[in-house]
Design a binder for this molecule. Sequence first.
Ligand SMILES: [Zn+2]
Length: 115
Amino acid sequence: MGKRKKSSRKPAPARRKEPLDTTFTCLFCHHEKSVTVRMDRKEGVAQLVCKVCDQRYQSKVNHLTEPVDIYSEWIDAADAAQREEEAPRRPVASSSRPAPIPASGDSDDDDDDDE
Ligand SMILES: [Zn+2]
């Protein structure tokens, strides 16, 4: 019967309140810390805006969403948008696939009338 004492001696962390990063580098104008993410958890929306080139992005948030999540979402969205722009939109060739030839049912119908 041993009461195990977990000696969890953590080194006291430096009590430094690090504010979450809410400023990021802009994808478009590449200015550092020009992008600000404002989160309104009550409303459940986040606004991302670059104060230099005025890029904007809006997204939904929940209580777990961090500003950096919005930022990466923005990157994804911008990335996708760019790819769509770059990719030449070729009309989908109407693929008229050849109809399968139906197995003909011309069975040899030769009765052996051996009588
Ligand atoms: Zn910008």
